[in-house]
Design a protein around this ligand. Structure first.
Ligand code: ZN
Length: 165
């Protein structure tokens, strides 16, 4: 396994829609392993394909590992099946936008379906931090970053802070 370089905003790859994964090849298995290692090294709780320049619908996540509750998942072609009407706001960091943690409002609970590395179909409900994390990573597969959830003024302010670093 190897730690991959992380793509930083405003790299245009972070604004692209990713392609579905049609075959679980050895290259995809290697990519998933490298993405997990890259995520832990960063350190982060989630990492999506475009963040390492892989323009495919894959993300890795381990929402609780920093609290000692490690549960890594590799999600291929993930999709939301259900979202709650209830919304919550979390401060969301992003490994591609270091130092910026805007408050983002999202559905509080979601149910996601995805394909695992073994080709199996998984369905799981997420709430709390994990719900925000899966939605954040899904966004990356559609070329959406945290800035895109903000109003024009807040977006301009935070982009100013980011580029001033
Ligand atoms: Zn991110």
């Amino acid at each position: 396994m190897s730690v991959l370089p992380i793509v930083l905003w405003p790299d245009p790859r972070l604004a692209e829609t990713c392609a579905p994964i049609t075959d679980i090849t050895p290259e995809i298995e290697q990519l998933a392993a490298d993405m997990l290692e890259t995520m832990y090294a960063a350190p982060g709780r989630g990492l999506a394909g475009p963040q390492v320049g892989a323009m495919q619908r894959i993300f890795v996540m381990d929402a609780g590992w920093k609290e000692g509750e490690s549960d890594p998942i590799v999600c291929l072609n993930p999709m939301l099946q259900e979202v709650s009407e209830e919304r919550v706001t979390n401060a969301e960091g992003c490994l591609s936008i270091p130092g910026v943690k805007p408050d983002i409002s999202r559905p509080a609970q979601v149910q996601m379906v995805w394909t695992g590395l073994n080709g199996g179909r998984f369905v799981q409900s997420f709430e709390g931090f994990a719900a925000a994390c899966v939605q954040h990573e899904l966004d990356h597969l559609d070329g959406i970053v945290t800035f895109d959830h903000l109003g024009a003024d807040e977006r301009a302010t935070l982009i100013g802070e980011y580029t001033a670093q």
